[in-house]
Design a protein around this ligand. Structure first.
Ligand SMILES: [Zn+2]
Length: 140
């Protein structure tokens, strides 16, 4: 089965817009700094669905990944739904920044040390302290 790479620009745009719309409604563990509330309400702030790092710039801070590795669907009749299987994760922006997407690799979820929220807090538009973000709740 071909791997879904989320390369279609229109699909990528829809997935990012869906992510930003979650912030308009409100996401547990996210409180956007006052200076960017207008951006949040206009759908211009995105968030990492693991560490809850928030920023207005899709690139270079975020990537679309598979919630469940497609290899888990191999050999089954099950098809992964491209929407249900899309997740937005933060991306490494330099050495030792441990983007959630890069540290996840073939795991189901990034390790507890992952995230730009931890490595680059000065860039994070989310002021919620890490211990209140309920990140990594799926990590065993
Ligand atoms: Zn992250």
């Amino acid at each position: 089965m071909a791997r879904q790479e989320f390369k279609d620009p229109a699909l990528r745009d829809e997935i990012f817009k869906w992510n930003a719309r979650q912030l308009i409604r409100g996401v547990s563990g996210v409180e956007i700094v006052e200076a960017h509330q207008a951006d949040r309400l206009a759908g211009r702030v995105y968030y990492c669905e693991n560490c809850k790092f928030c920023h207005t710039d899709r690139s270079p801070y975020f990537q679309i990944d598979h919630l469940v590795p497609d290899k888990q669907f191999r050999g089954t009749r099950q098809q992964s739904n491209i929407w249900q299987n899309a997740i937005i994760l933060c991306a490494s922006i330099g050495k030792k920044t441990y983007g959630c997407n890069q540290t996840k690799q073939d795991r189901n979820w990034p390790p507890p040390y992952a995230g730009l929220a931890r490595s680059c807090p000065e860039l994070d538009l989310n002021w919620m302290p890490m211990h209140l973000r309920d990140a990594n709740t799926i990590w065993p």
